[in-house]
Ligand binder design. Structure first.
Ligand code: ADP
Ligand code: MG
Length: 697
């Protein structure tokens, strides 16, 4: 049960004053569901209003507060000719105040001739004229308040000198959002401190209560660091609790006898790295403490075969193993590959995805329940409620970065005891983030590619050379070779459908029927059909969104074109690049960039050209981002954090890990005052799965 003290934070935003149905949509888009989300919706920047005694052209572009006398008014007739009030400063210099949709009647009340007013707004220049369009504040000053001190006081009581500027969405204004944040701030509770007092002191950190408010009143690095640290600490406590929990559970020890693996006829010799990793996994499997291992290996490093070896071990011991792929396409590809490899072996492999229905599905479910199926390959469907296993002893999760703690705990319900777990990823996770994403896991690395791979050449070209690009593509396709053309995701549609369709249409003019298109909004059957035509070479050019990012293997495709490459994360580009270079043919990755590039974007793309090493790319990318990082910018794709930036993760994560360890050891599972506070922290960050594993008391 969530501690009562947090209840105000978990109320819906609708409980705040003045949130009517019209705000539902914008708040939804901003993912502001609860009061707590409001508090953690930090401003992007702060607007400073500067009080000025006189008008100054040097202030153009700034928000100013100034005292004026109204000397003229011209009525507006319609939208094109707005209401225009001329004000004069104490030197007689003038500024036009422009109002759309206001009339003379309104002006007579608000800004009558010869009145003195203080106004605030953004000073702009139009021709020779200084303008303020729609001043945000207008107020009267008493005749006697000419003393600058008393003017300053009056101003301070009418208009904030610093105003937070929030990330917005259509349908909600910054002012409105600011009011909602203040309401949220007003209900926030004082909470017992969970951070070690000495750490607070050393870093000059204030309480959560104060820091949250500071974030909304003026940017404050200390406050941001403190709140980021909260998130990291919650993460590390959860990781360690889950690890401890797993260590306490029993699993089925797996000690194979090589009877199946030795029958396997591989068309190649395993690399040293593959052999080493397999040995590491086998070592884990023999224990009665469940394996919890992350296998990192660059695209094409040969993780699938490692997975198969582990699965066969499991079958040798008389148990079932499951292999989970992130997409339908990939599940089917794995199934086809593995089925072919194990054909001569007495092993029964089946596939299960949400597409399998009716009798076939029934039969598969049956086989899993009675144990006649040894290895099941599929999508998430294989872990759904209705699926029961006879004796599932191991699960392998392929390319699944979001396979979090709660999914892991769900798995524990499927096996007899906790299944051994192997998570495989080609996404090179920088060392710093690995601790956060997989801190509780052991890590194996395949740091060697199979021999004979030709390096992929990476070329960067600006998008104003489209003609050359099309010509090059033409030559490539005429030679009977295949290519990918990847379009960026567009924020709005989030499927990239529009961009890919428009591009496909344009390319169709050149290449006609040789083109296929594939994007995230398509039904999985349709996607598979297109993929099959591509594999069968009926289609030579595949226009796609990043749905092709993971796993797909088409050796004859030796050209990868990525449009708007500067809008992609480097890890993602590296993944895309890994789709080619799978055959004997020399492969090329062509990155099309915007004509105009920022310094950082330039450096990032040049890094892609220079390096083929996923880990190096990930580390460097993090460095490059760190340099230009601002509050509120998106973190790299692999970060599991909302509050903490990549830079903060690097600065504080290992401290948080040590702190979590101390806390758990000393307080024996979170009892004591600080332990109690830490529980509240976990609830605040909704690490309920972690909390659930806590021993009571
Ligand atoms: P990934 O690590 O990206 O999942 P895969 O397992 O799909 O890589 O392997 C990529 C390709 O390399 C496959 O065609 C696979 O058969 C091949 N392969 C794997 N290991 C070796 C090896 N030791 N020698 C040669 N080819 C290999
Ligand atoms: Mg793979």
């Amino acid at each position: 049960m969530r501690p009562d003290i947090l209840n105000p934070l978990f109320s819906e935003v609708q409980s705040l004053r003045g949130v009517g149905p019209r705000l539902n949509k914008p708040l939804e888009r901003l993912k502001l569901h609860r009061v707590k989300d409001m508090l953690y919706h930090f401003p992007n920047s702060f607007m400073h209003r500067n009080y000025r005694e006189t008008l100054d052209i040097g202030d153009v572009g700034q928000h100013i507060i100034i005292k004026i006398t109204v000397i003229n008014m011209r009525n507006g007739h319609n939208y094109r000719s707005p209401l225009r009030i001329i004000g004069e400063d104490k030197n007689g210099d003038t500024v036009s105040l422009i109002f759309f949709g206001k009339n003379a009647g309104w002006a007579k009340k608000q800004l009558p001739m010869e009145s003195h007013r203080i106004i605030s707004g953004k000073l702009e220049q139009y021709g020779d004229e200084l303008q303020i369009i729609h001043p945000d504040t207008i107020f009267e000053i008493k005749a006697d308040s000419n003393q600058s001190q008393s003017i300053a006081d009056t101003i301070a009581s009418h208009v904030p000198l610093i105003e937070p500027i929030y990330p917005l969405s259509e349908g909600i204004t910054n002012g409105r959002l600011g009011v909602l944040v203040s309401e949220a701030l007003a209900v926030r509770p004082h909470i017992e401190e969970w951070i070690e007092p000495s750490l607070l002191k050393k870093n000059n950190w204030k309480s959560w209560y104060e820091s949250i408010e500071n974030m909304h009143s003026e940017y404050n690095e200390h406050a941001h660091n403190r709140l980021a640290y909260d998130e990291l600490l919650a993460n590390q406590i959860t990781m360690q609790l889950v690890r401890a929990e797993m260590d306490n559970r029993k699993c089925l020890p797996i000690s194979g006898d090589d009877r199946l693996t030795k029958l396997l006829q591989l068309p190649f010799e395993m690399t040293g790295a593959q052999k080493r990793v397999i040995a590491e996994i086998e070592g884990d499997l023999e224990q009665s403490r469940p394996m919890l291992r992350l296998l990192q290996g660059d695209v094409g490093s040969g993780k699938t075969i490692v997975a198969l070896m582990a699965l066969l071990r499991c079958v040798e011991s008389g148990y079932q193993g499951a292999f989970l792929a992130p997409t339908e396409i990939l599940a089917r590809q794995h199934f086809a590959n593995i089925q072919q490899l194990v054909a001569p072996l007495p092993v029964n492999v089946a596939i299960l995805t949400s597409r399998d229905k009716g009798k076939l599905r029934e039969a598969t479910l049956m086989g899993l329940a009675d144990g006649s199926i040894d290895i099941i390959i599929g999508t998430h469907a294989i872990f759904q409620e209705a699926v029961t296993y006879k004796n599932l002893a191991m699960a392998i999760i392929d390319e699944q970065h979001k396979f979090g703690v709660s999914q892991r705990l769900m798995l524990t319900k499927k096996g007899r005891g906790v299944p051994h777990l192997l998570v495989m990823t080609a996404t090179p996770i920088p060392r710093t983030l690995a601790l956060a994403c997989y801190g509780e896991m052991d890590v194996s690395q395949i740091d060697e590619l199979p021999p004979g791979r030709t390096a992929i050449e990476t070329v960067v070209m600006p998008d104003n050379r489209m003609d050359d690009i099309i010509n090059g593509l033409e030559r490539h396709l005429s030679a009977g070779k295949q290519a990918f053309w990847v379009c960026p995701l567009i924020e709005e549609s989030s499927s990239g459908k529009a961009a890919a369709e428009a591009r496909a249409e344009m390319l169709q003019k050149y290449f006609g029927k040789k083109i296929g298109i594939i994007h995230g909004r398509m039904k999985s059957q349709d996607k598979d059909k297109v993929m099959e035509s591509f594999i069968n070479k009926e289609i030579l050019l595949l226009v796609a969104t990043t749905v092709i990012e993971v796993g797909v293997d088409v050796p004859n495709a030796s050209l990868m074109i990525v449009e708007s490459a500067d809008s992609f994360g480097l890890a993602q580009l590296h993944q895309l690049r890994g789709r080619v270079g799978r055959g004997s043919e020399k492969s090329v990755c062509l990155l099309i960039r915007s004509t105009i590039l920022s310094e950082t974007a330039r450096a990032r793309l040049s890094l892609m050209r220079k390096s083929n090493d996923g880990f190096e790319i990930a580390e460097e990318d993090l460095n490059l981002r760190g340099a230009g990082e601002m509050i509120g910018t998106r973190q790299s794709g692999s970060s599991p954090f909302q509050v903490a930036s990549d830079t903060q993760v690097r600065a504080w994560l290992s401290t948080a890990a040590d702190d979590a360890k101390l806390l758990l050891q000393r307080d024996g599972g979170l009892s004591g005052t600080r332990g109690e506070a830490a529980r509240i922290l976990l609830y605040l960050f909704e690490r309920d799965a972690g909390v659930a594993t806590l021993r009571s008391g």
